[in-house]
Design a protein around this ligand. Sequence first.
Ligand SMILES: *Cc1c(COP(=O)(O)O)cnc(C)c1O
Length: 367
Amino acid sequence: MAVPLLDLTLQNAPLAAQFQELFAKTVATSSFILGPKTESFEANLAKTTGTQFTVGVSSGTDALLLAMMALGIGPGDEVITAPFTFFATAGCISRLGAVPKFVDIDPVTFNLNPALLAAALTSKTKAIMPVHLFGLCADMDPILAFAKKHNLFVIEDAAQAIGAKDKNRPAGSMGHIGALSFYPTKNLGALGDAGACSTNDPELARTMKKLRVHGGERVYFHDVVGANFRIDALQAGFLDLKLPHLAAWEQARIANAAFYTQSFAGLPLVTPTAPAGMHHIFNQYTLRIPDGKREAFRAHLTAKGIGHGVYYPLPLHLQKCFSYLGYKQGDFPESEKAANEVVSIPIYPELTDAQKQEVVQAIKSFF
Ligand SMILES: *Cc1c(COP(=O)(O)O)cnc(C)c1O
């Protein structure tokens, strides 16, 4: 029996009638952009992010861009982040003319190692962008303390982490702004592209709402240069229909992860662990396969029909487009090691017991 890495149809099929009703109503009213559907979703989402405000936008990438624009980050400013993440994290910094300043990750959590912040600080440092990778929050207390001490902004890349918590504080609520993604493979996925920013600062919320519509509160009068970061009313509506199910989906992911971790005990691989006080929501369940065995392991899973993925095979400091930053192989050994060892396996909420057994058997048979 083949097990796919992810099967979105299982999650969306039971909601199809509600989606179709929403679609028909939207066509009937022709209210396609922002509007009451977006306001309703933003209010409900704010309960999940535990923030006073959320601002619905066109994608997670645009949420990161909008957050940095609202904080005035621009040419020459340095933004500290980790090189072991999805491209958008650093891509957005670069697109604004700012400079991604990488620091290595903690090998246990795969997240930015706060002990390395001090060495990356310069007079140009404007912000820190911790990523809550795979659904586990970065260690926020030392990051927040460092930022406060040096008067830096904190933008959380919470694209993979809706619902995750660090000492009961939800992802997206701890920094100045959080950026969420509703790309279909995220824990809360739209039926297309969408994202959101979260904040507790009313001024920042207002600025982001303005920048989302080309920088003007009144149409055709522009105080600042913004962009089109608007969310579709349909996507906001679909997300609002899915949001009440998020907690149950999250519980299923956590249960699947617990089953795997228990089943893999004793095997020569490393299972994901969450430090005390961290609530991991397992957007990915990511193993480390040490000793140069990762590619053989992947070939074995492929032969057994077990879907898997490598997030991410090349750290950002070694990407061609960032060669201008002057980093080289060996600069961030933990990120480079992780890129050579990680494999993510099926963790989606609708996995059956038989499928999970199949995954476990396939992995045990490799060793
Ligand atoms: C998905 C993701 C993004 C970008 O979100 P999109 O909605 O795909 O634009 C940014 N950062 C991280 C860590 C992500 O996983």
